[in-house]
Design a protein around this ligand. Sequence first.
Ligand code: CTP
Ligand code: MG
Length: 381
Amino acid sequence: MPIAAVIVAAGRGERAGGDLPKQVQSLAGRPVFEWSIRAFRQHQRIEQIVLVVPEGEREAYATRVDPSITVVSGGSTRTASVKAGLQACALSAQDLVLIHDAARPGLDQITITRLIEAMERADAAAPALPVPDALKRESGDGLTTVGREKLYRVQTPQIFKFADICEALSQSEDLVDDLAAIEARDGRVALVEGSERLAKITYPDDLKRLEVLLMSPESAPRFGTGYDVHAFEPGDAVVLCGVRIPHDQKLAGHSDADVAWHALTDAILGAAALGDIGDHFPPSDAKWKGAASEVFLKHAVEEAAAAGWSLSSCDLTVICESPKVKPHREAMRTETARVTGLPLDAVSVKATTTEGLGFTGRGEGIAAQASAVLSPSPSLK
Ligand code: CTP
Ligand code: MG
């Protein structure tokens, strides 16, 4: 039996403030609305996702989401937006539909499963939580205490039979939630376990609080390392981080043999788990023959971005007895910042000797190691 999910994202987010409506603000590097799309896409029972967006913004959203998602324009109230979303569902009467606020990005798989299971014993279901605080009602002569027992905070997604919710809403204008339409018809409502992660972004601080709650290993930064060695051969200069440094030898290797940028390229590819420099630029491929290392480094940054990661810092160590690297360090940082698009203060270049030990100590070549940190990229994949 097909199940659809309608995500309403057509509100103005007036109470939350900010330059952009809350559903497109960034939460841990991803627009808020995209979190719910991801949750529904990853659930194997959901066959259609309908995203309801503000009037006039349908095209803009449609180009940002996966083509499998149906994008429609909403209305001036939440209920009007829900109705627009339901109209776009390819469902028959007895099929199930989940209706969800885009402003609740913390949706997880278990909640979706519990809601679907609850429909075996109910006409509608929603996640709910008890009320932990004391409740007071203000009246003309002061405050009176309201009993908390049997009071619930009801969240979304809420699940319905398609025909039921369409019919119930056809007589409703501006409801606080969709469940209200079913309650009004004395339908059987099941409550499943809600979660603080499912809280709605309503006021300015809510987004930051949810961000802390939702930071998952998946949204955490990624870290990569790279290492490279090139041998000396007769020549008059070496190139390190794109900077030509006069020396009595050069580094062997095709093109500029920029050992430092090769290490950094590998660190970036490694952080994004995209293989290594040899996979991307096989020396056998004429396309890369003689290519400047700048091309490799740029390409690694772009590949990482295409996979949803943006480079946020790097640290390089050049290992050799000579030439002296220190006088060129600032130029090397500046060049690396230019090519990677990093701010200068996020680029570190260091150098060390090996106290005369090993191949670098004997002056046979130069080694370089690099680390790179990638953050989830704010741009959509
Ligand atoms: N919503 C909608 N269409 C509307 C109003 C609201 O699709 N005309 C959506 C919102 O985008 C949000 C959800 O309904 O995902 C819950 O509504 P609410 O928290 O009230 O969001 P906003 O209406 O955007 O916020 P505000 O009321 O502060 O302006
Ligand atoms: Mg509103």
